[in-house]
Design a protein around this ligand. Structure first.
Ligand SMILES: Nc1ncnc2c1ncn2[C@@H]1O[C@H](COP(=O)(O)OP(=O)(O)O)[C@@H](O)[C@H]1O
Ligand SMILES: [Mg+2]
Length: 248
């Protein structure tokens, strides 16, 4: 698939006197991975939330697959959008399997087909199938994020939104999941919009990096673009602050 899958057009989001997003124009290319990165509070999560109608722009609009996100279109668009938040957001009173199949069950999808889908997804995200019968509290952080990813992929969405999916994990688990995520993205060819605060992770997982500051895009490009042609001194300062990049 070519073209843009998600478009932010002059998007501004305000919370009272706080401007969380201060005019963002961004075309997220279909079938590729785009990383949103920037300091805490720069508006990354708010941009993802605007895609699924959890917050509404005070100006501008968001489009998914050419359809403007409105209160009328959001229920349908949500079925085509998988969303994973930092802590996974799994329902604690449901088993991993029940978390993954919840929406398919609500929609009355065929049980046997759903069970096959769960098997496929467990293999894709490399989760041992026996763990599906456990409750989230009985899983490790990394296993929970694998389940959250399965849940996000359950309805085979066009768009995958991942909000710091690996940030709460320890470095070894995180490195393992980064490798697996990259493999999943490559195999599925979905449009992925990933939030991270780690430039090495952004460069490893995404073709395009979007660096934000105080609700605005500072620069869009590859890690090399940012390193070799920084748009502002802030880009250099941000890269320098990411000490893990010294080795790259
Ligand atoms: N529901 C809300 N009510 C008030 N302020 C909010 C709300 N959500 C986010 N903000 C503020 O908007 C700004 C951007 O937040 P956020 O998008 O969560 O940043 P990031 O994900 O980049 O750390 C921050 O100043 C944050 O405090
Ligand atoms: Mg955030």
């Amino acid at each position: 698939m070519v073209g843009r899958m998600v478009a932010f057009r002059g998007v501004e989001v305000r919370f009272g006197s706080v401007t969380a997003v201060a005019g963002v124009d961004l075309a997220v290319q279909a079938g590729r991975t785009t990383a949103l990165i920037g300091p805490s509070g720069c508006g990354k999560s708010t941009l993802l939330r605007a895609v699924v109608g959890l917050v509404w722009p005070s100006a501008g609009r968001v489009e998914v697959g050419g359809t403007a996100v409105t209160s009328d279109t959001v229920p349908g668009l949500r079925l085509k959008t998988g969303y994973v938040i930092q802590e996974g957001g799994l329902f604690p009173h449901l088993t991993a399997r029940q978390n993954v199949t919840l929406m398919a069950d609500v929609l009355g999808r065929d049980g046997a087909a759903t069970a096959r889908r769960v098997e496929e997804l467990a293999e894709l995200v490399r989760l041992e199938p026996a763990l599906l019968e456990r409750y989230p509290l009985e899983l490790s952080g990394g296993q929970r994020q694998r389940v959250a990813l399965m849940r996000a992929l359950a309805l085979d969405p066009d768009v995958l939104l991942l909000d710091e999916p690996l940030s709460a994990l320890d470095p070894m688990v995180r490195a393992g999941l980064q490798t697996d995520l990259r493999d999943v993205f490559a195999r599925l060819g979905k449009t992925v919009l990933l939030v991270t605060h780690d430039m090495a992770e952004a460069a490893y997982l995404a073709e395009t990096i979007v660096l934000l500051r105080e609700g605005r895009i500072v620069q869009t490009g590859t890690l090399n673009d940012l390193r070799e042609r920084p748009a502002e001194p802030f880009v250099e300062a941000f890269l320098t602050a990411q000490r893990s990049l010294v080795a790259l």
